[in-house]
Design a binder for this molecule. Structure first.
Ligand code: CA
Length: 434
């Protein structure tokens, strides 16, 4: 029997708190799960620094990847035998679902910003490079690794296949919304996925939803909207993210200045040089990063040791609403006064705007618009969701940006009262908070 058709003697099941069970029958899928590059995802958290806000949010990209696979598997069971659906694409969809996040590194958002990396490049590199994942995929067929990479890259010719993995209502989002809601413990994020899966239909170039499923899809859109503002953009999570980013900036700067580290940051050297091989990349996971943070908390450089200590021990920055575009004068005054009192503003005065974070919500008509969701009407015509649903229309196309200013309240308070800058800083921050 061809490797691509091989089934396990007995179905394997993973217990899963969100989908109850994840079912695996295909030998290829089972072999992929066993590769070291996939196992590595156990050591990358799905929600980065969110665990410092929601203590339950320790789940990994391994959990999420299995979940996305399971959702696609269930969708395809429903697609079987329907017009427009080519059974030959089944294994490709399952592999792309399972592997779509393979190239994520530790705390991806900060790392990508500071070291100018793109996890999508590494997903491709792992699938196409000299890796265990590649060996498994190439056993299916020598073109197969490239096909999987193309689906994840959204360049695969069959757009229906692509839309299962990335569209406004794809398996990726359906999994992370529910999983992140479950592990953070919030009450948003829940919607009737079983209902949505039952009313999904394959069309030539996209998955559409039968008109009768509109309310379930509305729920999904709303849960998304709430999760972004209540969980993903939570100001405390962003405080941890700000500190993390500044640690990386500091350590990179010290490296380039020839600073003598007490212990050499060997795992980071190629990141500092911005020349990261695949091998270096997959070697760095969150357990390694957190080990270094503990080491750096002991360094002589006061900024690095302070920031690392803060991250490890959750001594986060405080924040106020602050829009630097509208509060330019205050910004300049704060920046100058921070310098005067000996707090480096490049590390201790940070504006974060949540629209800078690489998430987007349902916004038809904007440049970043992904494939819109289409309803399949009884008349067989397709209608874009926000034209049919007033609820979705109400939140569509409205971009909201949240600006916050982060600063170390404890260090400011520790400044002696007779230092003139102290009062000034506290006054400006107090006013900004009103
Ligand atoms: Ca994902």
């Amino acid at each position: 029997m061809a490797y691509k058709d091989e089934k396990l003697h007995e179905e394997k099941v993973f217990k899963d708190p969100v989908h109850r069970y994840v079912h695996v029958r295909d030998r290829v899928i089972w072999d992929l799960v066993g590769t070291k590059e996939f196992q590595r995802l156990r050591r990358i958290k799905q929600l980065g620094t969110s665990f410092l806000t929601f203590h339950g949010a320790e789940h990994s990209r391994f959990n999420h990847s299995l979940g996305v696979y399971e959702i696609v598997r269930r969708i395809l069971v429903n697609f079987d035998g329907r017009p427009n659906w080519n059974r030959e694409e089944r294994l490709l969809c399952l592999c792309a679902a399972l592997l779509h996040d393979l190239g994520h590194g530790p705390f991806s958002h900060s790392f990508e910003k500071v070291f100018k990396l793109d996890h999508e490049d590494y997903t491709r590199a792992i699938i196409l490079g000299d890796t265990e994942v590649h060996q498994v995929l190439a056993k299916v067929n020598k073109d197969f690794p490239q096909k999987v990479a193309d689906v994840i890259n959204k360049t695969y010719q069959d757009k229906l296949v692509v839309s299962l993995i990335s569209s406004q209502i794809d398996a990726d989002r359906m999994d992370y919304l529910q999983r992140d809601a479950y592990f953070t413990g919030v009450s948003y994020g829940h919607f009737d996925m079983e209902r949505i899966l039952r009313v999904m239909r394959p069309m030539e170039d996209q998955v559409v939803v039968k008109e009768s499923g509109m309310h379930a899809v509305e729920d999904y859109i709303m849960s998304r909207y709430q999760m972004y503002w209540q969980v993903y953009f939570h100001p405390v999570t962003r405080s941890a993210e700000v500190i993390l980013t500044k640690i990386l900036h500091r350590v990179k700067e010290l490296y380039h200045d020839g600073y003598a580290f007490k212990s050499e940051p060997v795992h980071f050297r190629s990141f500092f040089e911005e020349d990261v091989s695949l091998e270096d990349y997959v070697r760095l996971d969150e357990s390694v990063v957190l080990y270094y943070f503990q080491m750096w908390a002991e360094e002589d450089d006061p900024i690095l040791s302070d920031l690392a200590y803060r991250f490890v021990n959750r001594k986060l920055f405080k924040y106020v609403e602050f829009n630097p575009n509208l509060q330019m004068k205050e910004w300049m005054a704060l920046y100058r006064t921070f310098q005067e009192v000996g707090l480096d503003p490049d590390y201790y005065l940070v504006v974060d705007s949540s629209s800078d974070l690489p998430y987007d919500f349902y916004r038809p008509g904007e440049e970043e618009e992904r494939l819109p969701i289409h309803l399949l009407m009884r008349s067989r015509e397709l209608k874009e969701l926000s034209r049919q649903s007033e609820i979705v229309e109400a939140i569509s196309g409205k971009k909201r940006t949240d600006h916050k200013l982060y600063y170390p309240q404890d260090l400011i308070e520790r400044i002696a009262d007779d230092v003139p800058g102290k009062r000034k800083i506290l006054d400006i921050l107090k006013q900004a908070n009103q």
